[in-house]
Design a protein around this ligand. Structure first.
Ligand code: GTR
Length: 328
């Protein structure tokens, strides 16, 4: 038992003792920690906050979730590590950052692997998505994969347009910490720089990098639009998010509690999607109102430029790539 848990158990026992015999609070209360790099109100954060309320209601307050948003617990690499050791119970992570831990997931990190967002949704909602969640939970990640979330389409932002590969020449573009992405940006014509999300705002502000790439909600919620004003619709990556549970905590749960978590997780996945669609529309409008210039890009040229990446990294995923392609 960790010191913190000892204190908590002690407090619960003291509370139990003060109650009349048979008091409902005699059962030990647990507060699970959840974390996300985004601020409160962001769709992924809100979906987990709501999930916490449901858990609390379903267990008469025995289980609740305390959310640590906005990188309070570090970047995604740190969050993964904390969940693996049981210091954090629920982590919401981009599949981009999870790829180095669970190689199976890297198939979703290939450029232009999905035709569009609707195609990606079909894939994660169907048997491929289910298989990947199960394989991840059964593997060596020390994490239980609870579900997927949406994260739209990633486009390049900087202070000048990136409408075609030649425009990116000489530009340092931050990518998520996964070698696949650095090579993708290099193939797209720029210079990919791997960097934690928690270092990015400052890097954009001080010119350590010239730009980055992400979906409209992130550009808005992380205030990156205040330092990067041109958003080029390159559409090179459509990467879902995943939310996971610490296996260490999971293994100690009763079967009933595990089933309850599974149930509210499925609901969270559905709710997040509705929140996502609404927030994306709002984010685009707010970005435009704030003077961010949306620029059309030559997606066909970027697709062609990134073919070597799909050839190099896609080979070992040939079977699943075929299934993805066949998903209509
Ligand atoms: C966002 C995602 C974050 C983080 C970030 C990044 O779209 O929601 O979890 O991965 O991208 O670029 O690091």
């Amino acid at each position: 038992m960790k010191r913190r848990d000892v204190i908590r158990a002690g407090a619960a026992a003291a509370l139990g003792a003060a109650l009349p015999a048979g008091g409902v609070l005699a059962q030990q209360k647990v507060v699970w920690k959840a974390s996300d790099v985004h601020p409160l109100g962001y769709p992924t954060v809100e979906a987990i906050v709501r999930m916490g309320r449901k858990l609390e209601a379903a267990t008469n307050g025995r289980i609740s979730i305390q959310m640590f948003p906005a990188m309070q617990l570090g970047g995604e690499k740190e969050m993964i590590e904390q969940a693996q050791v049981g210091a954090l119970q629920i982590a919401r992570i981009s599949v981009g950052a999870m790829g180095p831990v669970v190689d199976d997931l890297n198939v979703f990190n290939l450029p232009f692997v999905f035709r569009d967002e609707a195609h990606m949704r079909k894939v994660i909602d169907g048997p491929i998505g289910q298989d990947l969640l199960e394989r991840m939970s059964a593997g060596t990640s020390r994490l239980i994969a609870l579900g997927w979330m949406d994260a739209g389409t990633r486009n390049v932002y900087a202070n000048k347009p990136a409408a075609k590969p030649a425009d990116l020449k000489g530009m340092k573009i931050r990518m998520m910490g996964n070698p696949l992405f650095v090579e993708t940006m290099n193939a797209m014509g720029g210079n990919g720089v791997a960097m934690g999300f928690n270092e990015l705002f400052q890097a954009l502000q001080t010119g350590v990098v010239d730009g980055a790439e992400n979906n409209p909600p992130t550009l808005l919620a992380q205030n990156h639009y205040t330092v990067s004003k041109v958003y080029s619709l390159t559409g090179h990556l459509i990467i879902p998010e995943i939310f996971v549970f610490s296996r260490r905590t999971w293994d100690a749960l009763s079967k009933e509690d595990q089933a309850l978590v599974r149930k509210v997780s499925r609901e969270a996945q559905i709710e997040q999607r509705q929140l996502w669609d609404a927030y994306t529309g709002e984010a685009e409008a707010k970005l435009k109102a704030a003077g961010v210039q949306f620029v059309a890009a030559d997606k066909a040229a970027f697709y062609k430029a990134t073919q070597p990446i799909r050839d190099k990294y896609g080979a070992k995923y040939a079977a699943i790539l075929k299934r993805i392609e066949d998903t209509k």
